[in-house]
Write a new protein. Structure first.
Length: 169
């Protein structure tokens, strides 16, 4: 177990869609992620500088109470509208936005915690580590890319304690 010095400055980047769909696929549709516990565990007694949640807004606006709940936890929202294409295909990808924020804000922190299991972030993790940053990944182990786990300084597996990190509707 890594000792987490309390003077470390921490930033958390939460890929909400990744955690949301992983929770549903692994634990069922009546499950949702307990973001309060995610934040608490990720910080680990260190100094939180910023926490960003990358979310998608639909035309119906049904997600507004969820967005408000994240804001009340002190999480800064990054919102993108859901794109709908001819034929019904929908898309709302935050990967580039997460990478840009991580690179832009990295100089002001010691540790970046990426809450996502998406293997597309391996080059980002490697880049941040080459910049002298500690990079931790927090996600569902069963749906996290093995290369992402291996490239991080520490992997925090939500699957190890689902009762703590998940809520039933």
């Amino acid at each position: 177990m890594f000792i987490k010095p309390t003077e470390q400055r921490v930033e958390i980047l939460i890929d909400v869609q990744n955690l949301y769909y992983s929770a549903i696929n692994l634990y069922g549709h009546n499950t949702r992620v307990n973001f309060k516990e995610i934040i608490k565990q990720a910080i680990g007694g260190r100094k939180l500088i910023r926490a960003f949640a990358y979310v998608v807004r639909t035309k119906t606006g049904e997600e507004k109470p969820f967005f408000d709940a994240l804001t009340n936890l002190g999480i800064e929202m990054r919102v993108r509208d859901l794109q709908e294409f001819y034929g019904g295909q929908k898309k709302a990808d935050w990967d580039v936005g997460i990478v840009i924020d991580a690179v832009r804000t990295a100089p002001g922190v010691d540790v970046i915690i990426l809450c996502s299991g998406d293997g597309d972030f391996v080059p980002l993790v490697e880049y941040l580590k080459n910049q002298g940053k500690r990079v931790e990944v927090m996600a569902f182990g069963r749906s996290t890319a093995s290369k992402l786990r291996a490239s991080s300084d520490q992997f925090l597996d939500i699957d190890k304690n689902p009762k703590k990190f998940l809520l039933k509707r």
